[in-house]
Design a protein around this ligand. Structure first.
Ligand code: NDP
Length: 375
């Protein structure tokens, strides 16, 4: 009997990699997608299966984490062996703009799913993975952060995820459910949402190199993060549900870089050397190009990056560094892709798109570039 998995957030970065991974393992994969006025399945279109074919093993259901009856109906229909709760309003900066919605989806959504599993009597059959986050550590109490490090969330997103973390633990303790938290540090890929900092950098600089944009506006460039590749991290999400006992794990690389370093790597991939003037938290901070021989639209002395205080957060998380020792020792997990390799892959993909768009522009055709600057 092949295993059945249900993924919330299947149209997101992690959901798409996880769906691919589980399909390769022979799972029947069900995913919940939100109704949107435009197509929102670009990240899973390559694995889409026509519902008219026999033995369909990838099925999408309309649904929403804010809708209990919908979640209950899908769970009843699918009877999953494993549920991966990846769906979330996942953007820290946006959570300051929409705190109540973030709490509804990220905190209450998790409760709705767990309660639906229990209500349907699936609590002994269905294993549950909760996408927890290093943002729980926020104002860090210990470096590096591990499973026992106290939490101090610094955004409505992180506070909502703190509830989700504890309700998953509570259902494990109260009802004997196989529920576990993966406390994942930042992980990126060419599929990362365009407004998250790494993708904002790789996409913005690729567009600048091709003359589609002139300047990248940044928030705190001194923030330190532990960046891994989403592909490595979804493998770990699955591994966590294959153990005899449910446990919580930190998933991280154990190596930390600044946003500024990520900018330098991305620019270098595009043949641009940068000169930073002012600090990443200095409102006057600018970054000019020193040379840009491989970037056709960049001249020496061009200001390519400016600090814009609009992108500072009401409460910043300055530094995050994870200790993945438990995952390494208990699950034999080691990340295979370094942050620099990941950055190269992201720039390569964004440059391909920028080149296509530059060509369209050259021929007077409409360029489907959204200039939203992210956060
Ligand atoms: P994404 O933002 O790429 O994906 C989020 C997914 O959730 C999308 O499919 C989105 O749908 C869906 N979603 C949003 N709101 C709802 C809702 N109301 N009901 C149902 N689905 C909804 O995030 P990632 O893939 O990067 O992250 C996956 C999970 O891991 C998230 O929970 C995130 O908070 C968490 N996490 C991520 C980290 C990272 O560095 N990437 C680090 C730690 C934790 P749509 O496509 O329609 O917007």
């Amino acid at each position: 009997m092949r295993k059945v998995a249900l993924i919330t957030g299947v149209t997101g970065q992690d959901g798409s990699y996880l769906a691919e991974f589980l399909l390769e393992k022979g799972y029947e994969v069900h995913g919940i997608k939100r109704r949107a006025s435009l197509f929102n399945t670009q990240r899973v279109d390559h694995i889409y299966q026509d519902p008219h074919v026999e033995h369909q093993n990838f099925v999408l259901h309309y649904g929403d984490l804010t809708d209990s009856s919908n979640l209950t109906r899908i769970l009843q229909e699918v009877q999953p062996d494993e549920v991966y709760n990846l769906g979330a309003q996942s953007h820290v900066a946006v959570s300051f703009e929409s705190p109540e919605y973030t709490a509804d989806v990220d905190a209450m959504g998790t409760l709705r799913l767990l309660e639906a599993i229990r209500f349907l009597g699936l609590e002994k059959k269905t294993k549950f993975y909760q996408a927890s986050t290093s943002e729980l550590y926020g104002l860090v109490q210990e470096t590096p952060q591990k499973e026992t490090t106290p939490f101090h969330p610094r955004s409505p997103y992180a506070v909502a995820k703190l509830y989700a973390y504890w309700i998953a633990v509570n259902y494990r303790e109260a009802y004997g459910m196989y529920a576990c938290n993966g406390i994942l540090f930042n992980h990126e890929s060419p599929r990362r949402g365009e407004t998250f900092v790494t993708r904002k950098i790789t996409r913005g600089l690729a567009n600048i190199a091709q003359g589609l944009e002139s300047c990248l506006y940044m928030g705190n460039m001194d923030a330190l993060r532990d960046w891994g590749h989403a592909k490595d991290y979804v493998r770990m999400q699955w591994l966590m549900l294959q153990q005899d006992q449910p446990e919580d794990f930190v998933i991280a690389t154990g190596v930390q870089y600044s946003v500024r370093e990520f900018i330098v790597w991305s620019a270098r991939e595009l043949g641009i050397e940068l000169d930073f003037q002012g600090s990443g938290v200095d409102e006057q901070g600018v970054v000019t190009s020193v040379s840009g021989d491989r970037a056709p639209s960049v001249k020496v002395g061009d200001v390519l990056v400016r600090v814009d205080p609009r992108y500072f957060r009401p409460a910043e998380v300055e530094t995050l560094l994870g200790d993945p020792t438990k995952a390494k020792e208990k699950l034999g997990w080691v990340p295979e892709i370094t942050a620099q390799e990941m950055c190269r892959e992201m720039v390569t993909e964004d440059l391909k798109t920028a080149r296509r768009h530059a060509l369209l522009k050259k021929h007077g055709l409409e360029v489907p570039v959204t200039l939203e600057n992210g956060s």
